[in-house]
Design a protein around this ligand. Structure first.
Ligand code: FAD
Length: 452
């Protein structure tokens, strides 16, 4: 029996960062990984999509070159997807090597293979038994596939396959207008693909401020992305040749969208199936493994962090939940605030958010004030041809910042600035006293401090 202080199942941003955190505290850790180090985030999530975003941005820049007096001799261009995918592989490989080095640091034993619980505090991997007083489950999530006829047809793919295409499809139908669907709509539109998004709800990005979501959708529509909202997919059909037809019902009427490929972007499900949880007393639901504020399950000493607990499916949330679990194990009371987790959507234009949206303030019946700042009022936005954008900042009756939701260039950075302010309980008047660099887009935020 191999004995460690902590066993960690999974080496995504939850698992590997948590292992490092624990090892730095002098604990011995075994990390199990059945696939590639880095998890979804590095291998088929955040990093590969953001690499593709860069390629999309370059394509857009080339398209707009003439507006900036840059004359191209031959304005027509093609996207070489094999080169795009090769660069994506290069980026992820470099980062994977970094994680492999990290997993070789003193205190960490990295075990390649699938770990399965055989009891509450015991797992088996590659036929060997491992035990620890503390086990952290960080097994992540997988794409959900809509249970409709035709979902298994060739050409109906998930984000993982879409990241590995060797050509740009002439058309793509995306089922689901959540974060993943919207990012791919933006990327593939920039690559010149005809994109249709079919969404069951009445607006894209239901977790986002509805005002911002609507404005983002309109921007994407202006760029040529088509949306079928309030549309429930009923089946997918193979047509002659390679085309697929996505049938849906919109307000009781039948309609369809034809496309070369169909992306299932209908959410992600916690990876609980292969963990052997049936051999334990660990409680879980469809949404994931149930945890308390310390990420501890109902079995003392067993924790679940990241996508597998279904709380916030974000890479940085997974990391900080892992820090919380380790801090709890060593008896350190931290002040990580899980209600202040900034998030970004890397569409063009970008979206950023942190804290409460205006819709949430209303739903909770709060006394709040919402101020709106516009990119068109900012010098850097004009210089950078980025005047499309808006910031919504919510404050309470004392001027304390409750949340910020925005879209426009560098939205993620601006949301991060607000996250820092919120962490220190800052008020609007304190924001007004912080000197901001000129010219920057952050000045939009600072100017909002002086609004009545
Ligand atoms: P994962 O990263 O999923 O890692 C879990 C690991 O556990 C995997 O490597 C898996 O192989 C391993 N594993 C599972 N079961 C076992 C077992 N029994 N034994 C051994 N190993 C096991 N989030 C952001 O914050 N920003 C973004 O820009 C962003 N973009 C995304 C884009 C896409 C297309 C997708 C799909 C996701 C994106 N996400 C983004 C979400 C982000 O990837 C996840 O929230 C994050 O990876 C969750 O981290 P995790 O450590 O919980 O799990």
């Amino acid at each position: 029996m191999n004995k460690f202080d902590i066993l960690i199942i999974g080496s995504g941003p939850g698992g590997y960062r948590t292992a490092e955190h624990a090892a730095r505290k002098g604990l011995t850790v075994a990390v199990f990984e059945k696939d590639q180090p880095g998890g979804t985030c590095l291998n088929s999530g955040c990093i590969p999509t953001k690499t593709l975003c860069k390629h999309a941005e370059v394509a857009d820049t080339v398209r707009e070159a003439a507006q900036y007096g840059v004359k191209l001799e031959n304005a027509a261009f093609d996207i070489d997807m094999q080169a795009v995918v090769a660069r994506k592989e290069e980026v992820t490989e470099k980062l994977r090597q970094g994680i492999e080095q990290l997993m070789a640091m003193p205190g960490i034993t990295f075990v390649r293979g699938e770990a399965r619980f055989t009891a509450n505090k015991t797992v088996v991997c590659n036929g060997e038994e491992y035990t620890a007083d503390n086990i952290i489950i960080a097994s992540g999530s997988s794409a959900k596939v809509l249970p409709v006829e035709g979902a298994q047809l060739n050409g109906v793919i998930t984000s993982t396959e879409l990241l590995c295409l060797d050509h740009v499809p002439h058309s793509l139908c995306i089922i689901g207008a959540g974060v993943i669907g919207m990012e791919f709509a933006s990327i593939y539109r920039s690559f010149g693909c005809e994109v249709t998004v079919v969404e069951f709800l009445k607006e894209c990005l239901p977790a986002l401020d509805s005002d911002i979501a609507k404005r983002l959708r309109k921007q994407l529509e202006q760029r040529g992305v088509q949306f079928a909202l309030q549309s429930g997919v009923t089946k997918i059909e193979q047509l002659e040749g390679n085309a697929l037809r996505v049938h849906y019902q919109k307000k009781g009427k039948d309609a369809f969208a034809d496309a070369e490929l169909v992306l299932m972007a209908t959410g992600r499900a916690a990876n609980v199936g292969s963990l052997g949880l049936e051999n334990t007393e660990i409680a879980y639901t469809k949404a994931g493994i149930t945890v308390d504020e310390n990420m501890q399950t109902n079995v003392p000493g067993v924790y679940a962090i990241g996508d597998v607990n279904g709380k916030q499916m974000l890479a940085h949330a997974a990391t900080f939940q892992g820090f919380r679990a380790v801090n709890h194990i060593v008896g350190h009371a931290d002040r990580i605030l899980f209600n202040i987790v900034p998030a970004a959507i890397f569409t063009h234009p970008e979206v950023g958010s942190v804290g409460l949206s205006e819709d949430q303030c209303k739903e909770q019946g709060m006394a709040y004030k919402c101020r709106k700042g516009y990119y068109r009022s900012n010098g850097k936005a004009h210089a950078g041809n980025a005047t499309e954008g808006m910031i919504k900042l919510m404050t309470d009756e004392n001027g304390r910042i409750l949340g910020c939701h925005l879209y426009g260039e560098n939205a993620a950075f601006i949301a991060q600035e607000v996250a820092v302010l919120m962490n220190f309980g800052a008020t609007l008047s304190q924001l007004g006293e912080i000197v901001h660099t000129h010219p920057t887009l952050s000045e939009i935020l600072q100017d909002m401090a002086f609004m009545p």
